[in-house]
Ligand binder design. Structure first.
Ligand code: C2O
Ligand code: CU
Ligand code: CU
Length: 519
């Protein structure tokens, strides 16, 4: 049964809540939460609504569809994208994303989310909420992928850490191509407490989704998966779905929420005016305190929140966010190899405004996990990344502990205890081919305990090692060849099957992923 109801003009505006009958709003408990006018409601009713604050709710439909967007002069580009309708919740919490990107969902902590995903593609599809700690049945496991024409319903409360998250496909062996064709969007979780910090807000709080794509002469996307070595690299950089993106801004401070939404490209971000990068947040939201780096390494799947102060700039000046050259070990075979230098996007200072804010020296407190509190403190779980050549139909393949993904099985050593703190040691040995791998755990955020260089050649390491920001809550960590990293993970309290994998999407699709079961 098909459940798609795409609007024919491709605009997909969110449902206008004000046109819904009040009865519907009341029935869904939305009036108080949404702050929608309640004229005509009796006083006792009004008091009841005001006095019983319910957790806010939001409901929306995401339809994976094919569409055309204007990305370059000339022919429109065929993409796959999420068309959407908001069906309940405060107006403005599900807003159109830029270009082909799915809607930006922006909700306070604790919101209960209901999403109906309908698959209008020609292949199976499932959505995963990257970084959100949700019950296993709402996590978008590949085994839950639905056939074309079918739907999947997600119901989950937004967990307790404000931050910049995102959603993207997680279809077995098709995550890379589905994300590359455009299926992805931002999921921003806010915390009213953050407002007291006075960080740049409104149009001074800008998401920057970084992606790379390859176009043919007719402006169509080329997904030439080069096998299972490097991953899909494009030669054209898009920010928020726009080629050569530039932003007209005031000469004030900004909060930039960077997501590396690329399949395989690693960015080494730096400012063209030589200012250091000030990082205020990472995967799981605000850091305890701002940190500065001369440049910042951002691997696929990672998010970093940057603070930038343009108060000393004059109207008419501009600043470029660049990706600097670095040694990528296996650079790939496109014209813009991994590790090549390029411009990401440009900020034009077009107006003067007053900004008297100060960046606070402490942002969000964080209790550090301690190694001695891990139940396996002296016997870490080991995750060894590498290349295998002995697995049928996969020769060679990137693997984790010598295994490649099998959708319906969990290795006995991948059964973990719910809610318990454990230490995991990840190594990326250089044995034959080696590449940087951004390792991602579904289920819960972790803390990075240590990063050590074992065998990375110094000439390589010196091109990246000032750019790691390991503070704060993480769900994805880049491990350079020759490195060993230890993380402290308190497994989610939800039981069920989750995933951990390399977030180079071609590595993931070719097997560099495993199930784990929380019991
Ligand atoms: Cu963003 Cu399993 O991934
Ligand atoms: Cu994830
Ligand atoms: Cu990898």
């Amino acid at each position: 049964m098909s459940t798609l109801q795409n609007s024919p003009d491709g605009t997909h505006a969110p449902a206008n809540l004000m046109s819904m009958s009040r009865r519907t709003l009341l029935a869904q408990g939305l009036v108080a939460a949404a702050g929608v006018a309640v004229a005509g409601v009796s006083d006792p009713m009004r008091r009841a609504l005001a006095g019983a604050p319910k957790a806010p709710r939001v409901a929306f439909d995401l339809d994976a569809v094919s569409d055309y967007v204007q990305l370059r002069p000339g022919a429109q580009t065929g993409v796959w994208r999420y068309a959407f309708r908001q069906t309940a919740g405060a107006a403005g919490t599900v807003m159109p994303g830029p270009s082909y990107l799915g809607p930006t969902i922006n909700v306070p902590l604790g919101t209960s989310v209901r999403c109906k995903m309908s698959n209008g593609l020609a292949a199976k599809h499932i959505i995963h909420w990257h970084g959100l700690e949700v019950p296993a049945e709402a996590d978008g496991h590949p085994a839950d992928a639905v056939d074309p024409g079918r739907s999947f319903i997600y119901d989950f409360p937004v967990p307790s850490r404000a931050g910049t998250y995102w959603y993207h496909p997680h279809t077995d062996m098709l995550t890379g191509v589905q994300a590359y064709m455009g299926l992805a969007g931002l999921f921003i979780v806010t915390d009213p407490k953050e407002r007291e910090l006075g960080l740049p807000a409104g149009d001074r709080d800008l998401p920057l989704v970084l992606q790379d794509r390859k176009f043919d002469a007719n402006n169509q996307l080329i997904f030439a998966d080069p096998g299972n070595t490097v991953g899909m690299l494009g030669d054209t950089i898009l920010t928020n779905g726009t080629v050569n993106a530039s932003f007209n801004v005031a000469n004030v401070s900004h909060r930039l929420r960077v997501l590396n939404g690329s399949n395989a490209r690693i960015y080494k971000l730096a400012w063209s005016d030589g200012s250091p990068i000030t990082v205020i947040g990472s995967d799981g939201g605000l850091l305890p305190a701002p940190v500065t780096r001369p440049y910042l390494m951002v691997a696929p799947g990672e998010r970093y929140e940057l603070y930038v102060d343009w108060r000393s700039k004059q109207v008419g000046q501009s600043v470029t966010l660049q990706s600097l050259a670095f040694q990528a070990v296996i650079p790939g075979q496109t014209t813009l190899v991994n590790g090549a230098a390029f411009s990401v996007c440009q900020f034009n200072i077009v107006r003067a405004e007053v900004d008297t804010s100060v960046l606070p020296s402490s942002l969000r407190p964080m209790t550090l996990y301690r190694l001695q509190d891990a139940r396996n403190a002296t016997t870490p779980r080991t995750v060894t990344l590498g290349y295998v050549t002995n697995i049928p139909n996969c020769a060679p393949c990137w693997a984790i502990n010598g295994s490649i993904y099998s959708m319906n099985s969990v290795r006995p050593q991948d059964v973990v205890p719910a809610g318990q703190l454990e230490v995991i040691e990840i190594t990326n040995p250089i044995l034959g081919p080696a590449m940087p791998h951004p390792m991602h755990w579904h289920g819960a955020h972790f803390q990075i305990l240590s990063r050590e260089r074992l065998t990375t050649p110094t000439s390589t390491y010196n091109t990246v090692n000032q750019g790691f920001c390991d503070a704060g809550w993480k769900d994805t960590v880049l491990i350079y060849p020759g490195e060993r990293i230890r993380i402290l993970m308190k497994w989610t309290k939800h039981t069920g099957v989750y995933l951990y994998h390399c977030h180079n999407l071609e590595h993931e699709d070719h097997g560099m992923m495993l199930n784990y079961r929380v019991v």
